[in-house]
Structures are given as structure tokens and as C-alpha cells.
Design a protein around this ligand. Structure first.
Ligand code: FPP
Length: 264
């Protein structure tokens, strides 16, 4: 019987070690998630706590992304999907939007060599039509120059919104129906999944949400159906190797049933 008083009982180890070596010893390399999704939240709060402008938090967030990708490569995680800019983030002050766009361009140029040497392939997912030309060009270059990476696929979600993604998929499917290429009866869940930015990729096994918010914020609404959620109060710029390992160890304590029954 699940413990109703504590719905999290058994879902996280009683106490997660705070030491990298101890966490690595607890990790079972055979059952690592194939696909980890990340909501890189808390940059602004991190900066404000330090008396810095919010933009300093975004810059520090880049370091966290680099650390996380590096550990993902070391551990053999196949796919990381990181939410860098949402379709709703355009509502932020124009200076912050400009900063984030420029930061992406800077990231793209500065990181290419490291990503290539790590065997990382980058794919930028999101609505490209509204991206400034410099950002679009940087995204295309990043994708082109990392195309041979085989160790880890890094999906960077830029101008990404799940509702937009699903809307675009529905439009593309409707066009095929209209053109007589597809019958409505032939549309199934796979048809929809294949028309999302994530295409044939497996759904995320684990979603990590730093900064403590208990919501999915228009990220991967379709893909997260059976994803394990891990929320930590740690702000994204502080999210380090130990935090990532703790999330992975906690994930390995989950019992995934995908809506079925537990047979044992
Ligand atoms: C949310 O924190 C974070 C963002 C809107 C941007 C995330 C971007 C980065 C980590 C760096 C950019 C990444 C690339 C690849 C260029 P927030 O500002 O909402 O934080 P808050 O909730 O504390 O205000």
C-alpha cells in the first residue's frame, strides 16, 4: 500500500549523499535514463541573491549547462534536452530578451570546439521562424558543425513552446490529409509524435526542474506523459555534478509502470 501521508516515500532514497564518489557508487550504469530533459530555471533569483543583474544569472547558467553536458557524456546518457528560451520568454524586458539571444549566439560560437571534441551533436528545437537572423545562423552552424557527434545529442529548446509544437504538428498533418497523402483514420499517436520537433527520439525518462517550481511550464507536454519528474530547490546556476547525480540516483529508485500494473 502506498503511504498516503508521504506520497514520496520510496521514490527518493531516504538521504542522498552529497559526495560525487558515493553517488557514483550508488548509480547503476545499466538503468540510466536514455533521455533527460532539463528546465534551466532560477537564473534570475540566483543573480538577485548575489546583488547582480539577472543577466549574470543567465551567463552563469551557461556554465551549468556545460557541466551537465560533460557529466552526461561521461556517464553515457544519450540525449539531453535543455529549455533555453520559451515562446513566452519574449514577454520579458527587451534588454533581457536581447541578452539571451546574444548569449545563445556567443554560446554557439564559443562552445562548438568543446562540443565537437566531446562527441556532442546539437539540435536546436523550437519555432525558428521568429528567431533573429543571427540566432538562426548560429543555430544552423552549431548543428552543422556538430553533426558528426555520436556520444550525446543535445537538444537546445530555443523559442520552444509545447503548445506551439503540437499546433505546428497538427497543421503539418492537416496539410498531408488535405493533399490526400494521409487518411484521418491512419493518424495515430506515432503520427503525432513524428511530427513534433523530437521526431523519432524516445520520450524523456527524467525531467529535472531546478529552482523548486512544481510545474512543467509548456515544456514537452506530449513527450512527458510517463516521464519521472525530479524537482530540486537548487537554482540552475548552482546545479552541479552532485545535483545531477542525485537526480539520477533518485530516478533509479522510481518504479516505472507506464500506466500498467506492477507484476512481481
Ligand atoms: C529561467 O530562469 C531561465 C531562462 C529563461 C533562460 C535559460 C537560459 C540559460 C540557462 C542560458 C542560455 C542557454 C543557452 C544555450 C544560450 P529565470 O530567469 O526565469 O529565473 P528566475 O525564475 O529565478 O527569475
Amino acid at each position: 500500500m502506498p503511504n498516503v501521508a508521504n506520497p514520496l516515500e520510496g521514490k527518493v532514497p531516504v538521504k542522498l549523499p552529497g559526495d560525487e564518489k558515493e553517488l557514483l557508487a550508488l548509480l547503476d550504469p545499466r538503468t540510466l535514463p536514455r533521455h533527460v530533459a532539463l528546465i534551466m530555471d532560477g537564473n534570475g533569483r540566483w543573480a538577485v541573491q548575489k546583488g547582480l543583474p539577472r543577466t549574470a544569472g543567465h551567463r552563469a547558467g551557461i556554465e551549468s549547462l556545460r557541466r551537465t553536458v560533460t557529466l552526461g557524456v561521461e556517464l553515457g546518457i544519450a540525449i539531453l534536452s535543455a529549455y533555453a528560451f520559451s515562446t513566452e520568454n519574449w514577454r520579458r524586458p527587451p534588454e533581457e530578451v536581447d541578452f539571451l539571444m546574444n548569449l545563445f549566439v556567443e554560446y554557439a560560437f564559443r562552445e562548438i570546439e568543446k562540443l565537437r571534441s566531446q562527441g556532442v551533436r546539437v539540435k536546436v528545437i523550437g519555432c525558428r521562424a521568429e528567431l533573429p537572423p543571427t540566432v538562426l545562423a548560429a543555430a544552423e552552424r552549431l548543428e552543422r558543425e556538430t553533426a558528426s557527434g555520436t556520444k550525446l545529442l543535445l537538444n537546445l529548446a530555443v523559442n520552444y513552446g509545447a503548445r506551439r509544437e503540437i499546433t505546428e504538428a497538427v497543421r503539418a498533418i492537416a496539410r498531408k490529409v488535405q493533399a490526400g497523402e494521409l487518411s484521418p483514420e491512419a493518424i495515430d499517436e506515432n503520427t503525432i509524435a513524428r511530427h513534433l520537433y523530437t521526431g523519432d527520439l524516445p520520450d524523456p525518462d527524467l525531467l529535472i526542474r531546478p529552482a523548486g517550481e512544481l510545474r512543467v511550464s509548456n515544456f514537452f507536454l506530449w513527450q512527458l506523459a510517463y516521464t519521472e519528474l525530479y524537482v530540486t530547490p537548487v537554482l540552475w546556476p548552482d546545479f552541479d555534478r552532485v545535483d545531477f547525480l542525485q537526480a539520477l540516483v533518485a530516478y533509479q529508485h522510481r518504479e516505472r509502470r507506464f500506466g500498467g500494473l506492477k507484476f512481481d
